[in-house]
Design a protein around this ligand. Structure first.
Ligand SMILES: [Zn+2]
Length: 58
């Protein structure tokens, strides 16, 4: 994984760990936060779908 760039901002990654993760430290944090938010909403959508199914009766 030589010459890897951050998937978020495109900057070259210098730390081996960052290359492994695919993001710089700052972008990794932001990415995790965005993902956590997305997962939260995904659960909400699933719950909503379940509710909608029951409402329809099938
Ligand atoms: Zn970045």
């Amino acid at each position: 994984m030589e010459g890897a760039n951050c998937k978020r901002c495109g900057r070259p990654l210098k730390l081996a760990h960052s290359v492994e993760v695919g993001y710089g430290p700052t972008c990794r944090k932001k990415h995790d936060e965005a993902e956590a938010e997305f997962l939260k909403r995904q659960i909400t959508i699933e719950e909503y779908a379940e509710f909608a199914e029951k409402a329809v009766g099938r």
